[in-house]
Design a protein around this ligand. Structure first.
Ligand SMILES: Cc1cc2nc3c(=O)[nH]c(=O)nc-3n(C[C@H](O)[C@H](O)[C@H](O)COP(=O)(O)OP(=O)(O)OC[C@H]3O[C@@H](n4cnc5c(N)ncnc54)[C@H](O)[C@@H]3O)c2cc1C
Ligand code: SF4
Ligand code: SF4
Ligand code: SF4
Length: 271
């Protein structure tokens, strides 16, 4: 498979009628589909559902752009203006569900489903590593078919794939984040191991600690049993642009199927 043409969204796995697609992890920790030739019935669904290859830019028509800032406390806890959190809260309060990215107990970025505010809290903050979408399409189908109001937040490629699969459903809102790229999950795991080798078990991690202010936006905080450490090593790795998924170097971000897009608007004169 051409790795530059697969963002790892897992959309193809979900539509295969005979479960012929399995994902394997390569040496950089990125997941790729592999077809079992014995099971495949050559129906072509996996190819036609793949949104990553779409290259036609969307006509933005009358799209308007707004600036949003949540209250001071929510801004402090969220990564940017707190819009993702505020939007998620609105869905939960209406009885809906939210899909977004958390760091799990092993510090792996994964997409999960939230039906309560405790889980939404865990989604706060940008994780500068690729999020795994395993199991997400099945859960989305169940919620959407059951009539729940669903908010899905993710990278542009993930949102485009969810749109391709479920676009047009009236109970689905899609929000993508302006995306600089998805760093290697394996590299990040090795990075965590490096720190644990030095300082003992890692108890907490924040990719971008706003406690250091807007201008020092790329300082991470690591919490160990005996002390906290600050560093800019992961930011240096991430912004070196040597650690991204191959598809990120071929990504056509002019294709947006989201209902709204979120990003940092730091130069607009706000705080
Ligand atoms: C890897 C990455 C690169 C980014 N690059 C840019 C950029 O170049 N320019 C720019 O303007 N903005 C960028 N952003 C977006 C920005 O950092 C904020 O995430 C966005 O503005 C929302 O801020 P918030 O305060 O509303 O989010 P919060 O309330 O803090 O919530 C964060 C939301 O982001 C989602 N999320 C976090 N990490 C991931 C992930 N790895 N994959 C999918 N979803 C995730 C969570 O599900 C959550 O809904 C990037 C975000 C990420 C994750
Ligand atoms: S980008 Fe296409 S081939 Fe790759 S996981 Fe997604 S749907 Fe499958
Ligand atoms: S062609 Fe059809 S059967 Fe074969 S892997 Fe793709 S979706 Fe599955
Ligand atoms: S750069 Fe493109 S392919 Fe890479 S994670 Fe972001 S949206 Fe997906």
């Amino acid at each position: 498979m051409d790795k530059g043409q697969c963002c790892g969204c897992r959309g193809c796995e979900d539509v295969c009628p005979v479960q012929a697609i399995r994902f394997y992890r390569d040496e950089e920790g990125y997941e790729y589909p592999e077809i079992d030739g014995e099971k495949c019935i050559h129906c072509g669904r996996c190819r036609s559902v793949c949104a990553f290859r779409e290259k036609e830019p969307e006509d933005y028509g009358g799209t308007a752009f707004y600036e949003f800032q949540a209250g001071a406390e929510d801004r402090r806890k969220s990564q940017s203006g707190g819009f993702a959190f505020a939007l998620s809260r609105a869905f939960i309060e209406r009885g809906g569900v939210v899909y977004g990215c958390v760091l799990d107990e092993g510090f792996r970025a994964v997409h999960i489903r939230a039906s309560d505010m405790g889980t939404v809290e865990r989604m706060r903050g940008s994780k500068y590593v690729q999020s795994d979408m395993a199991g997400i399409y099945g859960a989305l189908a169940k919620d959407l078919d059951g009539g729940r109001e669903v908010l899905f937040i993710g990278m542009t490629c993930q949102v485009n794939q969810v749109f391709k699969r479920f676009g047009g459903r009236r109970n689905l809102l899609l929000a993508d984040i302006i995306c600089h790229g998805a760093a290697s999950p394996r590299l990040f795991q090795e990075y965590i191991q490096y720190w644990e080798g030095r300082e003992g078990r890692l108890l907490g991690y924040c990719f971008r600690d706003k406690g250091f202010g807007w201008r020092n936006a790329h300082i991470e905080t690591l919490v160990f049993q005996k002390r906290r450490k600050s560093s800019d090593i992961w930011a240096s790795i991430y912004y070196s642009h040597h650690s991204m998924r191959p598809a990120c170097y071929h990504c056509n971000k002019t294709v947006h199927h989201s209902d709204l897009t979120m990003g940092d608007c730091w130069e607009t004169g706000g705080e």
